[in-house]
Design a protein around this ligand. Structure first.
Ligand SMILES: NC(=O)c1ccc[n+]([C@@H]2O[C@H](COP(=O)([O-])OP(=O)(O)OC[C@H]3O[C@@H](n4cnc5c(N)ncnc54)[C@H](O)[C@@H]3O)[C@@H](O)[C@H]2O)c1
Length: 326
């Protein structure tokens, strides 16, 4: 089978590609394991091909319909649509967010519809589709009420994916990811960037400014479980999802203060002393509008699992990204 990852040079795109290459197969629409013959990574920046002959790297903009049509043929039976403009940037540049987070998804869906081969599409949505006056317990079926442009673009894509699936044009599944922490590498323009920065920078010997107050509660998932979830979300039989294609993935609810204490338990006082708190009202307003947890019963019934606690997330980061050194 041939698989396409949009945003294949990004944080999750690269981790997913690596995992798919080592796994070697995915389930087709009938639930039968199929070897991955080719893995296409498309991104505006050039992706790492891991020196693997199954990987084809394409540098380009997926909102360009000619590129999309050249990439997606009837041989592409699975698409992980990860390309996106992150929350802070989509808020700052409305046109860019609309073009990549919404218009490009429409181009991708229409390209599949025109081919008529009903590929599996895994779409990564976010906590940001929820907002406003939220119920005590947020469910997969709680009304979407995004309070940011990024959340609105994700919500519209969820609806489109549901409808294209209902019409039989694609076999879509929407995974609503908690904020992923700890993200390696440099800080990005996501409003939630601090959720990785306050752990990553101090562990790397650098100072970190935390733009939210310690009592702010966030809903997090480790990269390990995010990647496992993307693959399971792909492999699920369409029947298992029923009419609601969106799944709220398991996460860990933790305050920023508790995150800092978990870092202290793993790495000690000196590392924690590199964090300073300087609240930024704009970032706090965006992050506060997101649910601080949700009910993941349906995800667990479908076979998804999650992190034990935030300390285990920090330990996984030290193991996976720092070769165990802290
Ligand atoms: N990381 C998180 O905390 C988180 C949480 C919820 C949802 N998500 C979603 O998961 C997906 C992956 O997130 P990530 O953290 O890997 O983000 P990322 O920013 O690291 O990766 C996204 C990639 O998309 C690429 N891209 C942007 N515009 C493009 C275009 N026009 N054409 C082709 N590629 C383009 C970027 O260059 C980047 O490499 C995104 O859809 C994101 O919204 C992420």
């Amino acid at each position: 089978m041939n698989v396409l990852i949009t945003g294949g040079a990004g944080f999750l795109g690269q981790k997913l590609a690596k995992q798919l290459l080592s796994r070697g197969s995915l389930k087709d629409a009938q639930g039968v394991d199929q070897m991955i013959d080719q893995l296409i990574l498309v991104d505006v920046v050039e992706a790492n091909d891991f020196g693997d002959q199954r990987v084809k790297v394409i540098a380009g903009d997926i909102s360009n319909s000619a590129l999309c049509q050249s990439l997606i043929t009837t041989d592409i039976t699975s698409i992980f649509h990860l390309a996106a403009i992150v929350s802070g940037q989509a808020e700052a540049d409305f046109d860019l967010g609309m073009r990549i987070n919404l218009d490009a998804a429409r181009v991708l869906l229409e390209t599949c519809r025109a081919l008529g081969h009903q590929p599996k599409i895994v779409f990564t949505s976010s906590v940001a589709v929820y907002g406003g006056a939220l119920p005590e317990v947020v469910l997969d079926t709680t009304a979407l009420n995004p309070q940011s442009s990024y959340g609105t673009q994700k919500a519209v894509c969820e609806f489109l994916l549901n409808d294209f699936t209902r019409k039989g044009f694609v076999d879509g599944r929407v995974l609503r990811l908690p904020t992923i922490s700890v993200r390696p590498g440099a800080a990005n323009k996501a409003a939630s960037s601090f959720a990785s920065g306050i752990i990553r920078e101090p562990l790397n010997g650098h100072t970190s400014i935390c733009p939210v107050s310690p009592n702010l509660r966030v809903w997090l998932q480790s990269p390990r479980y995010a990647i496992e979830s993307l693959i399971l979300g792909h492999d699920l039989h369409a029947r298992a999802l029923g009419v609601n294609k969106a799944i709220n993935l398991p996460g860990v609810a933790v305050t920023v203060g508790e995150m800092i204490e978990a870092l202290r338990n793993v790495a000690g006082d000196e590392v924690v002393s590199r964090i300073s708190i300087k609240p930024d009202s704009q970032i706090e307003a965006i992050v506060k509008s997101w649910p601080a947890s949700w009910d993941a019963t349906r995800a667990r019934q479908l076979g998804f699992s999650g992190d034990e606690n935030f300390e285990s997330i920090v330990r996984a980061y030290v193991e996976d990204e720092l070769n165990g050194k802290k």
